[in-house]
Design a protein around this ligand. Structure first.
Ligand code: NAD
Length: 258
C-alpha cells in the first residue's frame, strides 16, 4: 500500500485527489500540503474533501513518510517542490521551457510522471487524433478548440497543446512551427497551420475538440470531462505506477501501457 501526500490539497483538484486516495484500497493518504498561511492549514483532509474525518491534517510541508507525492498546483510551486526529491505525479499545467528543463533534470534522480490530462479517455484519444490526422492527409485543415471554467489560469490548456502535437505528429510536422493561437484582424488561413482556440466560462470541467475540415466534410474528435474525479482517478493510478518506477520522466501513456 503506497503512502501518498497531496501537494496543493486545498485546490479544486487537491480536494478531489484527497477523496480519490481515501476511497482507493491500494493507497493510503498520509498528508496534504497547503500554501503557507492558507486558511485550510491544520484542517482534516477528509473533512476538507467532504469524505468525513480522516485524522490526516493539512500542513505546509509534506510528511517525511510519504512515498509518493501528487501535485496539482502552479508551475512555479511545482518546480520549487522538486527539492522534495520524491517520486511524484504532476498534473500542473502551463510550464515554460525553463520549467520543463528543471523537470527533466530532476527526473534523472527520481521518477516523475507528468501529464497535462490524467483522464484515460484523453490519452487514448491522443493516438486517435494522430492516426486520423495521418490518414486524412495534409489537405484537411485542423483546428483545436478547448473550453474550461472561468478560473483556469493558463490558455490554451495543456491538453489542447497535447492534442495539437498529436495532430502535427500524424503529419510529421513540428507543432511549434504550425500552431496559430486565436485569430484577429486580417488573418487568412495558411495550408499547414493548426489553429488553437480557448473558451473560458462558467464551471466547464474541460472540453476538447479536434476538427478536421475539407471542402466536402468535417471530422470531429471530442472529449468532455464530466467531473474532476476522472483526472483524480488517473493520478492515483499513476501514483501506483511511479511508486515502483526507476528515475525518469514518464507520460500517462507509460502508465496505461505499464
Ligand atoms: P486551484 O487554483 O483550485 O488549486 C491550486 C492549489 O494549489 C490552490 O489551492 C493553491 O493554494 C495551491 N498551491 C499553490 N502553491 C502552493 C504551494 N507552494 N504549496 C501548497 N499548495 C499550493 O487549481 P486547480 O483547478 O486545482 O488546478 C491546479 C492545476 O492542475 C492547474 O495547473 C490545472 O491546469 C491543472 N489541472 C490538471 C489536470 C490534469 O489532468 N493534469 C486536470 C485539472 C487541472
Amino acid at each position: 500500500m503506497s503512502r501518498v501526500a497531496i501537494i496543493g490539497a486545498a485546490g479544486r483538484m487537491g480536494r478531489e485527489l484527497c477523496r480519490a486516495v481515501l476511497e482507493d484500497g491500494d493507497v493510503e493518504l498520509v498528508g496534504g500540503t497547503v500554501e503557507p498561511g492558507a486558511p485550510e492549514l491544520g484542517a482534516d483532509l477528509g473533512e476538507l474533501c467532504g469524505w468525513g474525518k480522516a485524522e490526516v491534517f493539512a500542513t505546509e510541508e509534506p510528511p517525511g513518510d510519504a512515498e509518493v507525492h501528487i501535485e496539482f498546483t502552479s508551475p512555479e510551486a511545482t518546480v520549487e517542490h522538486l527539492s522534495y526529491e520524491k517520486p511524484v505525479v504532476i498534473g500542473t499545467t502551463g510550464f515554460s521551457d525553463e520549467h520543463r528543463s528543471k523537470l527533466e533534470e530532476a527526473a534523472k534522480s527520481v521518477p516523475i510522471m507528468l501529464a497535462p490530462n490524467m483522464s484515460v479517455g484523453v490519452n487514448v484519444l491522443r493516438e486517435v487524433v494522430s492516426e486520423v490526422s495521418r490518414k486524412l492527409g495534409a489537405s484537411y485543415d485542423i483546428e483545436v478548440v478547448e473550453a474550461h471554467h472561468r478560473h483556469k489560469k493558463d490558455a490554451p490548456s495543456g491538453t489542447a497543446l497535447f492534442l495539437g502535437r498529436a495532430a502535427a505528429e500524424g503529419r510529421n510536422l513540428d507543432f511549434d512551427d504550425v500552431a496559430v493561437y486565436g485569430r484577429e484582424g486580417v488573418s487568412p488561413r495558411s495550408g499547414g497551420e493548426i489553429g488553437v482556440h480557448a473558451l473560458r466560462g462558467g464551471a466547464v470541467v474541460g472540453e476538447h475538440r479536434v476538427i478536421f475540415y475539407s471542402e466536402g466534410e468535417e471530422v470531429e474528435v471530442v472529449h468532455r470531462a464530466l467531473s474532476r474525479r476522472t483526472f483524480a482517478d488517473g493520478a492515483v493510478r499513476a501514483a501506483k505506477f511511479v511508486s515502483s518506477a526507476s528515475p525518469g520522466l514518464y507520460s500517462m501513456g507509460d502508465v496505461l501501457d505499464g
